[in-house]
Write a protein that binds this ligand. Structure first.
Ligand code: HAM
Length: 419
């Protein structure tokens, strides 16, 4: 039986890779311009990191983690997100001893056992950026500004930035209690999972997609009405800084985010072009995560962009495939040897050149050159070769000229349009 990829795990094929590389390169350029450095973290961590960091009573930890026991009996998990790992690395390597403020980004695959559908996969890629060590609301605005700048730079349009505040350790318990009381009166409407969440983590009921649960929360109390003075001040400042930067946003009091570590600022960027899985990015502040994973008291804020969703939104007209610059068509054995010598030189000079390994007829070589969408074809014939010359054909305007093989490199460099 033919072996196929696992459901929810995708191949990214050569004809799509240009988009991925473009997005990754733009992220590096933009983020590094904002003072961020790349960090690479392992794909597998101790399960505890995520259960404590993300929260025991979240969907991710309860039912979506790829957890297994290794041969030594350790419980390990394929990372469902990168924030907790980045925080662990910051603590483990005492990055704070060099400078308490760390601006880090990472790009890579994450794993969640969710039901696959369009825009939702079991292996998916995130571009994640985090700032550790700053409580000032200025940095909340700064990461959002960087995010929007990046999304615009890759060509995304019609996005909506939604923000909310989730309060802090001091004010949220009061809200949680009010929410619990309110939802207890509607418990008959709640699904089995939410009946349980009502006891363990009522905020998570906001994430439930079941219609009757959605209806139950319509008039639920809003966290923003329960936050204390400090959290209110922080939120007002974030909004003020966003306005100063000319960014428009929508207040979404129902956005609670699916991970438990958030405090104060939470945000998402959504696109209505995406259908039901419409969040391109999610993020927020998490001032207690470091303590949850057993570390120092370090504030943090960041976001993660879902690459598959982002890539599905890239402008359709933009060309991402890199075609070869030149095709070498050789006629006869001697010319073929010369083509082999030249192609090796050209590759070393960064010219994307191709030849036909089968040494077929000129007609079939030209057909292949056409298919590869090259800019030029160099035709090496026995006769011209004796005079040290070859014919260079411009595949756009179909003009041809004889050129000196000794000058090939300079001639090509002056003619090829490098992307
Ligand atoms: P998240 O909202 O769980 O947040 O994921 C962020 C983004 O990853 C989503 O907006 C979505 O684009 C993408 N994503 C999530 N799950 C899937 C999936 N199954 N298939 C395809 N794409 C998906 C986090 O992961 C937080 N760590 C973000 C963060 C960083 N908060 C602070 N710092």
């Amino acid at each position: 039986m033919e072996i196929k990829a696992i459901r929810g795990f995708n191949d990214i094929l050569p004809n799509e890779i240009g988009k991925w590389q473009f997005v990754e390169e733009t992220a590096r350029e933009v983020f590094e311009g904002f003072g961020f450095s790349e960090i690479r973290i392992p794909i597998i961590e101790r399960t505890e990191l995520f259960s404590r960091g993300i929260g025991e009573a979240t969907d991710i930890v309860e039912k979506e983690m790829y957890t297994f026991t290794d041969r030594s009996g350790n419980s390990l998990t394929l990372r469902p997100e990168a924030t907790a790992s980045m925080a662990r690395a910051y603590l483990e390597h005492q990055i704070y001893s060099f400078d308490p403020v760390a601006k880090l980004y990472c790009i890579g695959p994450m794993f969640r056992y969710e039901r696959p559908q369009k825009g939702r996969y079991r292996q998916f890629y995130q571009i994640d950026a985090e700032v550790f060590g700053v409580e000032n609301p200025m940095v909340d605005a700064e990461v959002i500004i960087m995010l929007i700048h990046f999304l615009k730079k890759v060509g995304l349009e019609n996005l909506e930035l939604q923000i909310n505040t989730l309060g802090c350790r001091d004010c949220r318990p009061k809200y949680r209690e009010e929410l619990r009381k309110f939802l207890a009166t509607k418990s008959f409407q709640l699904c089995e999972d939410c009946q349980r969440r009502l006891q363990t983590n009522p905020l998570r009921i906001f994430d439930c997609k079941v219609e009757s649960c959605q209806e139950a929360i319509v008039d639920a109390p809003k966290v923003v009405d329960f936050i204390d003075g400090e959290c209110q001040k922080h939120f007002d400042k974030v909004k003020g800084y966003l306005e100063m930067a000319g960014l428009s946003y929508i207040l979404n009091p129902r956005m609670v985010r699916g991970l438990d570590y958030y405090t104060r600022t939470a945000f998402e960027v959504v696109s209505y072009q995406l259908g039901s899985q419409n969040a391109v990015t999610g993020g927020g502040r998490y001032d207690n995560l470091f303590q949850e994973i057993g570390g120092l008291d370090v504030p943090g804020i960041g976001f993660a962009i879902g690459m598959e969703r982002l890539i599905s939104l890239l402008p359709k007209e933009k060309e991402f495939i890199q075609y070869p610059h030149l095709f070498l068509a050789a006629l006869g054995e001697e010319a073929y040897g010369e083509a082999y010598r030249l192609i090796n030189q050209l590759h070393l000079e960064g010219i994307r050149a191709e030849l036909d390994y089968e040494a077929k007829s000129l007609k079939s070589q030209m057909r292949r050159a056409d298919k590869l969408k090259v800019q030029y074809v160099l035709i090496l014939g026995e006769e011209e070769l004796k005079r040290g010359k070859a014919v260079l054909r411009n595949m756009t305007d179909k003009s041809q000229e004889e050129i000196l093989i000794n000058n090939l490199l300079e001639t090509l460099k002056s003619k090829i349009v490098f992307d």
